[in-house]
Design a protein around this ligand. Structure first.
Ligand code: GLU
Length: 296
């Protein structure tokens, strides 16, 4: 069997819509064409928003879409120990720090006149750094909720500095010359000024999307990541985390976003475009495949 492992990694926080179907079908077909493997991973780290009924709906919709995957299905709630081990490692290397800021405090600091107004990263404006230099205070940590942030400058320094970071890259499938993969190099200024000290563990859940996705893509030996263009900017973060954690870098394919008739990107709240709604309206798999531009 070819070593080609794809995954579809939905969060069970709503119903799947056409955009998800496009990701899942693209990944599944790419694997099938070369006799590779297709996996599903349930990204349910957000325990406040994940719901068992949405997880059930995901399985039902994927089966309806004609997709089969290797079992058991990995669920991220079962991976909290693995995330903690990595966070402990990063802590012992002095690369993460606790942050007690509320969203309101961050917004206030960001709107202060001295803020430099750099381009936004994938998670919004870079964190202004309020808690970066705090001396570790165990008493405060036991009293107050905190997130864990990566000290981006230190992380870059620990890898050898900006010059080394510029040489790190990932490959984007099908976008280079003659449809070849295109090499995308990391930009240390973008990482520092736009992404900044990204969250690796949230106040309400012991990992962030960026951390868990990197650890689990490596754990599941994913060779090809297929996902929407909206996550392209996050891939620079994933690439530097892979370097910091000694994890391999898969190939990436960030596909076009599926929009509604008005050209607006589909979101989970657009229930009308959910696979379930299409199904309940009498839509067939063929309708969905046609709509998404898949050949029969
Ligand atoms: N769980 C993410 C989502 O549903 C996708 C993550 C990924 O494909 O890397 O948007």
């Amino acid at each position: 069997m070819t070593n080609h492992v794809e995954r579809f990694a939905p969060s069970p926080t709503g119903l799947l819509h056409l955009g998800h179907a496009f990701s899942a079908l693209t990944a599944f077909e790419a694997a099938r064409q070369v006799g590779g493997t297709f996996l599903v991973r349930i990204e349910d780290i957000d325990v406040t928003r994940a719901r068992p009924e949405f997880e059930e709906a995901i399985y039902e919709d994927l089966a309806w879409l004609g997709l089969a995957w290797e079992k058991p299905t990995l669920r991220q709630v079962d991976r909290f120990d693995a995330y903690k081990a990595v966070l402990d490692d990063l802590k012992s290397r002095g690369l993460i720090y606790p942050c007690f800021c509320t969203r309101k405090e961050i917004n206030a600091a960001l709107s202060a006149p001295h803020h430099d107004g750099s381009e936004e990263g994938p998670d919004g404006p870079a964190y202004p750094g309020t808690c970066r230099a705090l001396v570790e205070d165990q008493a405060r940590m036991s009293r107050n909720p905190y997130s864990l942030r990566l000290n981006m400058r230190k992380a870059i320094a620990s890898l050898g500095g900006s010059g080394i970071i510029k040489k790190l890259s990932f490959k984007e499938l099908g976008t280079g010359r003659k449809g070849k993969p295109k090499k995308i190099n990391l930009d240390p200024d973008y990482l520092i000024d736009s992404c900044g000290d990204i969250i690796l563990a949230r106040k309400d859940t012991p990992a962030s999307y960026h951390l868990s996705v990197v650890i689990d893509d490596a754990f599941q030996q994913i060779t090809h990541v297929t996902r929407g263009q909206d996550l392209f900017a996050a891939t620079s973060i994933h690439r530097i985390l892979q370097a910091l954690l000694g994890r391999p870098t898969p190939l990436y394919r960030h596909h076009r976003l599926i929009t509604d008739d008005a050209g607006k990107r589909l979101a989970k709240r657009d229930d009308a475009r959910s696979i379930r709604a299409i199904r309940e309206d009498g839509g067939t798999l063929e309708d969905v495949r046609n709509l998404l531009g898949f050949r029969p």
